[in-house]
Design a protein around this ligand. Structure first.
Ligand code: 2M8
Length: 435
């Protein structure tokens, strides 16, 4: 069984790999290169084809802007199966954008630092991969420098995201109250995703109006960071995004120590690290909920909901031992009943939970992957193993889908996965969890 799935996972990655040296998340629905997908995909390749893993990373890093920014989508080719494409995003408005690669003007969680480190750990030929890291780690460092110098207006060590697409958890109920503060125009546009996927499993057109409107505001100011910080109706400190940044900071510190020299960079990374961790625990930890939460910087208020992002700081070593115990208790109480697969993307006990709709409740393999390693690091081996076996059971049952219904009883009547099929990060992270 396991061997068949391994073969299938490799086949999916190989088929989604493109001649330009990058991998699409899935055919039709996502026909370009996405930033955090690329990191996860490189880890899958690293287990059986390191050259492709390196190509994936290199192609993404080639699209970096002159200010260190790395965009969330790189539009390597034309496609009529995705909206909004490069003509809507117009990243070229930013004076420092990369003129060789059309892209968006927003980013995604900073996974590249820890991707490089994991590639090194997985590599059989360590010298070869270390050489690759030496050639590329500076770009990831510049990317973190961008985040800390441009995305932290109050100098707290916590960076903001200015768009829900930057979070990676696109239509999470977390954002509902922010949408309620906005009244965007009704756009005329043609959705492509809902031609491929049941619209009830995707965001609504009205939600897309909000998404497009935030981009229009950024475009009006040529994607200027300072203006975005002043004007974007969406400005959030996201625990998932910041946990990825911290995890990648640490990975870079460890890698620079292996490389040798680079004392100035190590010192800077350690400074960022200390500040970020302290603010994280004072600002984003909600004692009463027993979980990390998001903070709405625009409206200056905490977003008091529990989602799978709330547990992601375990992966970055942010919680104290006591906080970790509380997090695990919250996870098991709200998300971990015997009737549920771990880990729903949004609090199953909350009325906004929807087990079939995208980021409003379904299980996602990338979040499970993070939770598995985070729980292991804190010594919660049994729960970590459950996260892994739940993930495997879902993949075996329905295949390498994009997301999965966490309610076990749902499979009594219907065995199906949700969103796109032959989905690259589900395949890639299965390969990593298998090894
Ligand atoms: C989803 O997001 C894109 C926009 O970025 C979309 O819905 O069009 C999210 O799940 C995101 O996290 C992911 O990176 C992307 C590609 O898999 O799809």
């Amino acid at each position: 069984m396991a061997t068949d799935l391994t073969k299938e996972a490799q086949q999916i990655l190989n088929e989604n790999f493109q001649a330009g040296g990058y991998t699409i998340p899935c055919k039709g629905l996502y026909p370009f290169q996405w930033k955090w997908d690329s990191g996860f995909i490189a880890l899958g390749f690293a287990h059986y084809d390191m050259e492709k893993a390196k190509a994936e990373m290199k192609t993404l890093l080639d699209a970096q802007w002159d200010n260190g920014f790395i965009p969330h989508i790189v539009f390597h080719q034309k496609s009529d199966t995705y909206f909004p494409g490069p003509d809507f995003h117009q990243a070229e408005l930013h004076p420092l954008s990369n003129k060789d690669y059309p892209s968006t003007g927003m980013t995604q969680p900073p996974v590249l630092g820890f991707t490089l480190e994991k590639m090194y750990q997985i590599a059989q030929n360590k010298e070869d991969v270390l050489q690759f890291i030496i050639e590329n780690i500076g770009k990831v460092y510049d990317n973190h420098n961008y985040f800390y110098s441009k995305r932290d207006p109050q100098n707290e060590g916590l960076v903001y995201i200015y768009h829900n697409w930057e979070s990676g958890t696109d239509n999470s109920p977390l954002w509902d109250d922010i949408w309620a503060t906005m009244d965007p125009p009704t756009y005329t546009f043609e959705r492509k995703d809902t031609k491929l996927i049941d619209p009830s499993e995707r965001p609504s057109n009205r939600e897309y109006d909000h998404y497009l409107y935030i981009i229009d505001i950024a475009k009006e100011h040529n994607y200027d960071d300072q203006k975005i910080a002043e004007l974007s109706p969406f400005l959030v400190q996201d625990p998932l995004f910041n946990a990825m940044l911290i995890k990648s900071n640490q990975a870079m510190i460890d890698l620079y120590k292996i490389i040798g020299g680079n004392e100035d960079k190590i010192a800077q990374l350690e400074k960022w690290q200390a500040k970020s961790k302290a603010s994280f625990n004072s600002k984003l930890y909600d004692e009463e909920l027993g979980a990390y939460i998001h903070y709405d910087l625009r409206n200056e208020k905490p977003i008091r909901f529990v989602s799978s992002s709330s547990f992601s700081p375990l992966f970055a070593g942010v919680p104290t031992i006591k906080q970790a115990a509380t997090l695990v208790n919250t996870m098991m109480t709200k998300f971990g009943g015997d009737d549920m697969y771990l880990c729903a993307s949004f609090d199953p006990t909350n009325e906004r939970f929807n087990p079939k709709k995208y980021w409003r409740g379904p299980v996602w393999i990338n979040l499970n992957w993070m939770l598995y390693y985070g729980l292991k690091d804190y010594g919660y081996d049994e729960i970590a193993d459950r996260v892994k076996s739940d993930s495997f059971e879902l993949l075996e049952k329905v295949g390498f889908y994009e997301y999965f219904n966490p309610v076990k009883a749902a499979y009594d009547t219907e065995t199906k996965g949700y969103g796109g099929g032959n989905f690259s990060w589900s395949a890639a992270l299965y390969l990593d969890l298998m090894n």
